[in-house]
Design a protein around this ligand. Sequence first.
Ligand code: PEP
Ligand code: MG
Length: 571
Amino acid sequence: MLKELKGVGASPGIAVGEVLVLEDEDLSYEKKKIKDTEEEKEKLKKALELSKDQLNAIKDKVEREMGSDKAEIFQAHLMVLDDPELIGAVERKVDGEEVNVEAALDETVQEFATLFANMDNDYMKERAADIKDVGSRILKNLLGVQTLDLGQLDKEVVLVAEDLTPSDTAQVNKGNLLGFVTKIGGRTSHTAIMARSLEVPAVVGVSDILEGVESGDKIILDGQEGNVIINPSEEQLSDYDKKAKEYKERKERLAQLKELPAQTKDGHRVELVANIGTPKDVEGALANGAEGVGLYRSEFLYMDRDSLPTEEEQFKAYKEVAQRMDGPIVIRTLDIGGDKELSYLDLPEEMNPFLGYRAIRICLDKVDIFKTQLRAILRASDYGNVKIMYPMISAVEQLRAANEILAEVKAELKEEGVSFKEDLEVGIMIEIPAAAMIADVLAKETDFFSIGTNDLIQYTTATDRMNENISHLYQPFHPALLRLIKRVVEAAHKEGNWAGMCGEMAGDKKLAPFLLGVGLDEFSMSGLSIPEVKDRIRNLDLEEAKEIAQEALNFATAKEVEDFLTSKLNN
Ligand code: PEP
Ligand code: MG
C-alpha cells in the first residue's frame, strides 16, 4: 500500500530501492530445570556446527574481498568455537545444574568473558570481546534467531530500523547500502552524522516508519527534504528519477570548485574544514575539498569495542590523519555520554544523560583515561598541524584543570625524550550557554573556540536533540542562538583568537552569510556539505554578508530569521 511519510532529512541524496527491515534481535530465554541433559547437549552440538558454517562463510568472503588480515578476527572466533575448556564448561553446567543449554551457555560465556576482561594483558582482554561475540552467535543459533550481518549485504537495499548504532553503520557494506530510514533521531543525532560521513542518503525521526512496512517493499527516500514514500506510484517513481538526476548534475557542477578557495567575491577568505569520526573519513573530506579537520570526534575510537583503546592505537589513528591532511587538525578529546555510550566503562544510568556525567567531566575525574589520550595526541602533533580541543566546558575551572593535566603530560613526555609540538594550540568547544556567556573570560585562556551548535541549540532551548516529539523546538534559527554566536566570535577576536564552528549549523548554506557577516573564521562540517557552502560563500560579498547578519539579528522568531535567510538564497 502506498504510504507517504515525513521525517528529518539527515543526509542528502535520493535513493530508490528495496526495503530491508532491521529487526531488534530478541535474545531472551527462560532459565529452566531440565531432565534430558543429553538432548540439551545435542542442541548445543548443532548450534556449534551452524555457527562454524556461518563463520567459515564470512571468513572466506572477507578474505576474498578485503584480504587475509581483515579475516583474522573470524579465525579467532572459530578458535573460540573449538575451545574445549569453554564448551566443556557449558556441558558440565548442563549436567551438573540440570539447566537448559541457553542458560548454561549464556552464564558460562559471561564468566569466561569477565575472567579475560580482568586479565592484566591487552591481548587477553581483547579475547573477552571474541568470547562474547561468539557466545551471542551460538545463543542466536540455539534460539533460532536469524542473524543479519550488515557487513554481508548481498544486494542493494534501503535499511529501515528503529535506530542504527554507530557500530551498525560502521559495519555496513557501503556498496550495497542505498540509504536508510530510522524511527528515532534528529539531524544532529549521531546516526545522522554517520550517514553523512558514509555519504548515503538518510531520513531519520520518521515516527511511523515501522508500521506497515516489510522487507522487499519498494521505497523512495529524499534525504534533503525528509520525504519517504513506501510502494510509490509509477508517477512518483519517474518524478524521483528526475530529481535524482538533477541532484547528481548539481553535485558534479559543485565538484568543480574543489581546488578553489572559500573566498567571497571581494576577497575575504575563510577556512572550510571537515568533521571526521575516523581516519577512514579523511578520504571523503579530501575528495570534497576540505582544507583540514575542524573536528575529529575521537570518541568513535572508543566505541564498538570492549575496552579502552591503548595509547598506541590512538597514536596510530591520530598520526594517520595528521599525515594525510596538510591543513590544521583539531582533535577533540573524549566526548562520551549523552547518546554516545561506552558499555565497558560501566557508567551509571542517569535521568538526564545529556546533562550528566560526560565528556570533559569524565576526563577530569578519570585522569588516567584523559592522560593516555593527551599523550597520544601530543605524540601525533609531531606529524602535522594538530590542535587540541576540550568539549563541554562550562566553567573556567574545568579549562584550567584540563590544562594542568596537559602540562603534566607534556612534562612527562619531555622527560622521556619523546618529541611533540610544544606550542600546539589548545581551544575549547563552546556548546553550553554558560560558556558562551563567559566567552570573554575563556578567550583569555585559550587559543581558539569552536562553536558546537548541535549541543548549544539543545542546551539553550532546553530541547533534547534526540527527541522527535519536540524537534520543532530545536531551532537553529532561534534569535538566541544568533546572538550567542555573534557574542562568541567577537569575544575570540578581542583576544586575537580565531573562532570556528563545528556544529551542523556551519554546513547550512542558508546561514553562510550570517556566519560570514559576524566574522566566523573557520567553518567545519561533514565533507558532503563543503561544496554547497563554498559555492554560497564564493557568491557573496563580505559587506553584503555583514548587512544580512545585522538584519537577521533584528527578528523576533526563528521562523522570521529562517524565511529571511532563505529569501537571500535566491538573490
Ligand atoms: C556539537 O555539539 O555541535 C558538536 C559538534 O559536537 P557533537 O555533535 O559531537 O556533540
Ligand atoms: Mg557536542
